[in-house]
Write a protein that binds this ligand. Structure first.
Ligand code: ZN
Length: 249
């Protein structure tokens, strides 16, 4: 099949389905200019000498924010500021599918808040989001600007506590509500679209195992291996925004 007919097939599947769930990863955000973790200018590649000898896993860990908060926030501000990023055609198409009553939920591994910005309402952010921030001591909420624009090395609440992002750091548990909601949505969907994720990174593969529906579409720039057999799965090897645009979504 050529690209155009593959994308037509995607549209046909969506038309035939009753409740679609989207499960997405970093590839959904790259078209909004947010680098993938492992890309050349992503989190795992920094030339900043201040971070020499630190691994990205440590820099984004609970240990780092507790033991060396100055280092944590320096890195966080440099790498995870998505405030100016805009939703791309994929985010917008998913929001429209939800408004049309076709899509029931978006499950995302991304922490940039772009699905919400695009207008999606039922979004399960299984790694949290940089858009929500709170005081680790009293729980008071703060806007993202409070951390990114702070002149202090370590942003603090009026109570003295550290203000942090509601993102799951290495060494922390995934947010229970989002995980439960995601699993509920995936297990009751009759179509699952997996997009922009290699499925190699935990816990992506473990989530999609809950899918019991009829239609499965996988869209990723690079070829991927499904962690289970699914006869009739539609596999599109192309950027997700392009797939949705060609499908007329
Ligand atoms: Zn506080």
């Amino acid at each position: 099949m050529d690209e155009a007919s593959e994308c037509r097939k995607l549209k046909e599947m969506i038309d035939a389905a009753k409740s679609v769930v989207f499960f997405g990863g970093a590839g959904v955000s790259t078209e909004s200019g947010i680098p993938d973790f492992r890309s050349a200018d992503g989190l795992y590649n920094t030339k900043d000498v201040r971070f020499d000898g630190y691994s990205p896993e440590y820099l984004l860990s609970r240990d780092c924010i507790e033991d060396e908060p100055e280092v944590f926030f320096e890195y966080y501000r440099q790498k995870l500021d998505a405030r100016r990023a805009k939703p791309n055609p994929a985010h917008l198409a998913l929001a429209r599918l939800e408004q049309a009553g076709k899509l029931t939920a978006v499950v995302t591994q991304n922490i940039d808040g772009l699905h919400t910005k695009a207008g999606s309402r039922n979004v399960f952010e299984i790694h949290g989001t940089t858009q929500r921030n709170y005081c680790a001591k009293c729980g008071r909420e703060y806007p993202a600007d409070y951390i990114f624009d702070s002149k202090e090395a370590v942003p603090r609440c009026s109570c003295g506590g550290v203000v942090r992002c509601d993102v799951t750091l290495y060494g922390e548990q995934l947010p229970e509500d989002a995980v439960e909601g995601a699993i509920r949505a995936i297990s009751s969907a009759d179509m699952l679209i997996i997009g922009g994720t290699s499925l190699r990174v935990y816990p992506a593969a473990s989530f999609i195992r809950y899918f019991r529906g009829r239609y499965l579409a996988v869209i990723n720039k690079e070829p991927i291996d499904l962690p289970f057999r699914f006869p009739g799965a539609l596999v599109l090897t192309m950027p997700i925004g392009r797939a949705f645009t060609l499908a007329g979504l």
